[in-house]
Design a protein around this ligand. Sequence first.
Ligand code: DGY
Length: 318
Amino acid sequence: MKVFVTYKIPDEGLKILSQKFELEVHEEERFLTKEEMLEKIKDVDAVITQLRDPVDKEFIDSGKRLKIIANYAVGYNNIDVEYAKSKGIFVTNTPGVLTEATADIAWALILAVARKIIPADRFVREGKFEGWKPKLFLGYEIYGKTLGIIGMGRIGQAVARRALGFGMKVIYHNRRRLPDDIEKKYKADYVDLDYLLKESDFISINVPLTKETHHLLNKEKLRLLKPTAILVNTARGPVVDEKALYELLKEGKIAGAGFDVYENEPQLTPGLEKLDNVVVLPHIGSATCETRSKMSVIVAENVIDALEGKKPRNLVWD
Ligand code: DGY
């Protein structure tokens, strides 16, 4: 049995796989071209993909022997899941292990934007710091404010848990209302999306990208935000109309935004990186050594399940 890994992942998972199967890892610091990718997967039984690999019909058709596509991510919007399923190929993801790391990055963005951490750091490095001044880099207080969470799954709940320490009021919007005990645990109130957008001081996006969530925050919805609102997105870029958000930020119609993901990743809406009221990160939500290692073990376990004839533990459908 042969396993192909489209971009090098941490060793822990690779070690497990190499003990059982023939393993080929794309080791170079460059992404494979589409043609190379189609060639590589022709004769493999399992492939470990990255969230930037478009696993479309052509990809799936090329993998004639494929039994499993194990995505090295919790999101799997890069995969044509229905088509894979129709071909009898398993699709798995890495849920659970990246929850805390991603919630930390959502909070890092909230804090960095609200307290102007990046421009303040730049100011010191540029030798402009002359001493304490009463109005130097005044930001937005976080304590006691309202946090609106869009998508109250594992990551949304981890973001909410951190908000308790900041004495915040938490409101959330989700496909389904959460059971009472979970709402109580996070002191979170279920509200409709428009209410959340109008009332929140900080908004964290934590929904997966699906047909339903594409441009969930379109121009019209974004206009509901308070002028003092700060929006952070650690989920998927296309959930927000990035161009519309950029216009609002540029015109100062909202206070700021933190991006870990982009609508046309890795491209940013031109000019976005020049704005002082935004923080732009290179999709590092799950980027801790611990989390990325655990993700590598999870993809390996799923591949083993599938190649040993079992139902993989993290199948994306049930
Ligand atoms: C995921 O796993 O979907 C994350 O976006 C990666 O950081």
